[in-house]
Design a protein around this ligand. Structure first.
Ligand SMILES: CC(C)(COP(=O)(O)OP(=O)(O)OC[C@H]1O[C@@H](n2cnc3c(N)ncnc32)[C@H](O)[C@@H]1OP(=O)(O)O)[C@@H](O)C(=O)NCCC(=O)NCCS
Length: 185
């Protein structure tokens, strides 16, 4: 599986030309507001190498997102197995866009395609999403996707130092709930 297409977006493999805008968005404190730090160019490059290896090995993972009408790279969206140090298991969905691409519905549109892929092609029973309690924009994406939060799942991220970014929330959606939502819309 090399790419997913939506009305306005392409979720695809990473290309060398993505590196500069990807590194620039990871150096933007606003984009990284809910992460412990901004990333250096080297860290951004290493992340892309990991993402592409994941896509090559599994056929799914963190895709680069491009606006079909312009070919512009705007960030990433995808699915990934939850890291081992988390207090739960499963497959999570995630999204990060460059600031100019916020406010267009792109994150929700890309994530809808990733969820549909996870449920239909991978046959996952459930997909979850994790964010800091501070990240209201990301939580809004989760709710637009039809995901729901149980406050009992809230947890402190063991990889994050004490502070406002440590508290995290988990949103979940089942394949059944996503199919029902699609039928309603
Ligand atoms: C989290 C993030 C991806 C959310 O982006 P976003 O643009 O707010 O979310 P969406 O793509 O769903 O867009 C929704 C907005 O687009 C608007 N919109 C405009 N045109 C639209 C259209 N054609 N269709 C749908 N929505 C549209 C909606 O009204 C909504 O606006 P609002 O935020 O004023 O209510 C973005 O803030 C981001 O990249 N943040 C930094 C990285 C990050 O924190 N990632 C998450 C880590 S858990």
């Amino acid at each position: 599986m090399s790419a997913l297409q939506t009305e306005r977006l392409l979720l695809r493999a990473w290309r060398p030309f993505d590196l500069a805008p990807w590194a620039a968005m990871n150096a933007d404190p606003e984009v990284r507001r809910h992460f412990p730090e901004v990333l250096t160019r080297e860290q951004s490059e290493a992340a892309v190498a990991r993402f592409q290896t994941g896509l090559d090995e599994r056929g799914w993972g963190w895709w680069a997102v491009e606006v079909r009408a312009t070919g512009e790279f705007i960030g990433l969206t995808g699915l990934d197995p939850v890291e081992e140090d988390m207090p739960f298991t499963g497959v999570e969905a995630g999204w990060r866009l460059t600031r100019a691409a916020w406010g267009h519905g792109y994150a929700t549109e890309a994530a809808e395609a990733a969820l549909a892929f996870g449920f239909t092609t991978l046959g996952l029973p459930e997909i979850l999403a994790v964010t800091t309690a501070t990240n209201l924009r990301s939580q809004a994406v989760m709710r637009r996707l039809g995901m729901a939060r149980d406050p009992a799942d809230d947890f402190d991220d063991p990889g994050v130092p004490d502070g406002p970014l440590r508290r995290c929330m988990v949103y979940r959606i089942s394949g059944e709930a996503q199919r029902a939502k699609k039928q309603r819309t």
